[in-house]
Design a binder for this molecule. Structure first.
Ligand code: ARG
Length: 261
């Protein structure tokens, strides 16, 4: 089972399913969990475009990326069932327990119209903020930038998600680097659930470093630009099961239409 659920809403069920999947995927010594599994702590000063997507109580459940002062890219699966009044975007807040930074309300939620479930692709959404964020946005790939995904390219992931499969969220923002994985290899891991046009995989074959529950919607950065969105995986950081990210070049045009609207 992929980690379909958002961190806070079905934590128990997700943890059980993820733990079971991780055990099946890595019967030998499990890689030591650490970010995001296996990374280091960082700050929103270092990554000012890194946004918390929260509920109205400012409890984080997904990540997002500021791509213009009023536009945030996140995952479609993060926004299912949400409304403009149920979500907030919080910038400049390194700690989940913090109360600093800037809280914005949301005036628009665009979910890819074809989105049905993470294993079918189209896992992209764009939020319009009611008030601009005073933080520097990051650029995103254009449709012609498909070479950024060449296997073995170093990518950076960020988030407040669980630091092990079935574990608890990190109070402090974390980051890690992971190499992109070839489409053939990812198909070998996930079969027909890997939709090559819409997804790209990243992770070490031995596992140990990965995004995990609660990191969804956050960025996969390549060459300092947003190139992917944390989407799904079987367990987290398990050998042979890399993280799956939305292949943003496929959706650049649609995202740009939203960002520029
Ligand atoms: N679906 C998860 C979320 O909602 C992200 C899971 C990423 N899994 C992975 N193995 N990389 O937060």
């Amino acid at each position: 089972m992929p980690g379909l659920t958002r961190a806070r809403k079905a934590a128990a069920a997700a943890a059980t399913a993820a733990a079971a999947a991780a055990l099946l995927a890595a019967p030998s010594a499990a890689a030591a969990p650490q970010p995001v599994v296996g990374g280091t702590t960082t700050t929103t000063s270092a990554y000012p475009f890194m946004m918390q997507i929260t509920d109205a109580s400012q409890d984080q459940f997904c990540g997002g990326t500021l791509v213009s002062p009023t536009k945030v890219v996140t995952a479609a699966h993060c926004m299912v069932g949400e409304t403009t009044s149920s979500v907030r975007v919080v910038g400049g807040r390194t700690y989940l327990s913090g109360t600093n930074g800037t809280v914005a309300r949301v005036s628009g939620i665009w979910i890819h119209p074809d989105y049905r479930r993470v294993t079918r692709g189209d896992d992209v959404a764009v939020l319009t903020l009611s008030t601009p964020m005073p933080y520097t946005p990051v650029g995103y790939v254009s449709s012609s930038d498909t070479s950024v995904y060449a296997a073995g390219t170093t990518a950076r992931v960020l988030g407040w998600g669980t630091t092990s499969s079935g574990g608890s969220s990190s109070d402090q923002l974390r980051t890690a680097t992971v190499p992109t994985v070839s489409d053939a290899s990812c198909r070998g891991s996930y079969g027909s659930r890997f939709v090559q046009s819409d997804m790209v995989c990243a992770g070490y074959s031995a596992g140990g470093v990965d995004t995990c529950q609660g990191d969804s919607g956050g960025p996969l950065l390549i060459g300092g630009r947003l190139a992917g969105i944390t989407s799904w995986g079987d367990g987290c950081a398990a050998a042979g099961y890399p993280g799956v990210y939305t292949r943003l070049t496929t959706f650049s045009g649609q995202v740009a239409a939203q960002v520029d609207s």
